[in-house]
Design a protein around this ligand. Structure first.
Ligand code: NI
Length: 450
């Protein structure tokens, strides 16, 4: 018999709905504020003396506020003007489509902000941030960057200043939370189209139209991409190659779906022999069934995460059952291990806003992976090792399962190989705080999915 869980009978009364709507509104406003906030560095005299001009249009059904740089050279100005024109056209089309709902106190808004930032000695980037609010709670956000080489008076695309081969793209992939979706995979294929800014600390990429929440911002610490940068560019970034921890290659191993009475102990043995910490995303139902195995994982010093109670796709079961799947599992894991799981990996990596909200409300952060070992599919030690070896990069979170004996078979070789390549191992939480410390940025808020 399952114990009755007090959360089972939750209904969502009107006030809860109101609070959720309220939060959505506040969130929308926060995005708006973010959208119109100026980069502090661009206040006053901008680098290279670019002036900006703001134009406002005020109509019955909409307003437009557009800030743009004043550039005399029409050859340089054209692509900027064309982009603004395209945004305006898109906005006015949406205004037209929503004519019925607009007017009488409710208007649509287009806000385009712009700033400039110096990248290297000879290049600077003009960054546009466009925010359209037409008929929805959340606006449509786009980021567009133009990087200009001042001495040669021409625009610079990312492939002009660095090697953008498959290996470099793999480094970018490791900075994404989870597997890139189809749109992201497409976007990753074309580095010439990427929106980017570069400084001595990081390469920051902005991908539009990947997520509904707005541009996906990916920040890559400078030391991860230094090998790919042109030497001249790297020098002008004034980055001291020696001093920034090149050679520190940390990754996190994660084991899902256990604990399992046969496989988990084998995995613990190998980890112990190599003195390597890992993270175990347990199913509540398994922890309840095998509490001693669950407890031994915690006692060996590994991090314990929540992988829900019965491994259902959370996006398909409704809010009430979602809460149940997460909280019942949490209780069972605490019961068996005496550890409170503060990270949650949703089965199949399936996430929506409800999953994010429930995770946040319960003080857990969502963790996906960047390298899928495919151990669940291949069930072959050699295949597991070749996949991981191919995909591994510093900062990677590797997905494995402590329920297949072939995964335990693969582990000794996997650890030996990665150790030889100079990789070191951390738990997921340790790795995340390390990466967060490296990529702390004064600009903009959080990474959208972080
Ligand atoms: Ni799983």
């Amino acid at each position: 018999m399952l114990k009755k869980i007090p959360f089972r009978r939750i209904r969502w009364p009107g006030w809860v709905v109101l609070i959720i709507i309220g939060f959505s509104f506040v969130y929308g406003m926060a995005q708006l504020v973010d959208a119109i906030r100026c980069d502090p560095e661009s206040e006053g005299s901008s680098p290279l003396g670019i002036d900006f001009k703001t134009e406002s249009t005020d109509k019955d059904t909409y307003t437009m506020t557009i800030k743009a740089p004043v550039i005399e050279d029409s050859h340089i100005n054209k692509p900027l003007k064309d982009w603004i024109k395209k945004e305006k056209k898109d906005f006015l089309k949406r205004v037209q489509e929503n004519k019925k709902e607009l007017g009488e106190g409710y208007r649509a808004h287009l806000i385009i902000q712009a700033d400039s930032r110096k990248s290297t000695h000879d290049t600077y980037t003009i960054m546009f941030h466009s925010y359209q609010l037409v008929n929805d709670v959340r606006g449509k956000e786009q980021v567009k960057t133009f990087t200009l080489d001042v001495s040669e008076k021409k625009f610079v695309k990312l492939p002009d200043i660095m090697t953008t081969n498959g290996e470099m793209i793999q480094v970018i992939r490791t900075r994404l939370q989870g597997q890139p979706n189809v749109k992201m995979q497409e976007a990753l294929k074309d580095p010439a189209s990427w929106n980017w800014t570069l400084n001595g600390k990081a390469l920051t990429l902005y991908f539009n139209d990947i997520e509904e929440a707005g541009p996906t911002r990916v920040e890559v610490p400078i030391h991860s991409i230094l090998p790919y940068l042109d030497d001249k560019i790297a020098e002008s970034l004034e980055v001291a190659k020696a001093s920034i921890g090149v050679g520190e290659k940390y990754v996190a191993l994660t084991f899902d779906d256990g604990p399992d009475p046969h496989v988990t102990p084998r995995i613990l043995n190998v980890l112990n022999e190599h003195d390597v910490p890992a993270t175990f995303f347990m199913l509540g139902s398994q922890a309840e069934k095998y509490p001693a195995v669950a407890k031994s994982v915690a006692e060996a010093g590994h991090e314990i995460g929540n992988h829900t109670d019965h491994h259902k796709d959370l996006t398909k079961i409704g809010r009430e059952q979602m809460v149940q799947e997460i909280l019942a599992s949490r209780q069972k894991i605490i019961g068996a291990t005496e550890e409170i799981p503060v990270i949650l990996r949703p089965p199949y990596g399936a996430i929506n806003r409800d999953v994010e909200t429930i995770a946040n409300d319960n003080g857990t952060s969502l963790v996906l992976w960047s390298v899928d070992s495919l151990d669940w599919k291949n069930k072959n030690a050699a295949a597991i090792n070749s996949v991981v070896e191919k995909e591994i990069a510093p900062g990677a979170i590797i997905l494995l399962h402590d329920v297949h004996s072939t995964t335990a078979d693969a582990l000794p070789t996997l650890l030996t190989t990665l150790e030889k390549e100079g990789y070191r191992f951390l738990t997921v939480s340790q790795l995340q705080s390390k990466l967060a410390a490296e990529t702390a940025s004064p600009f903009y808020g959080n990474m959208k999915k972080g």
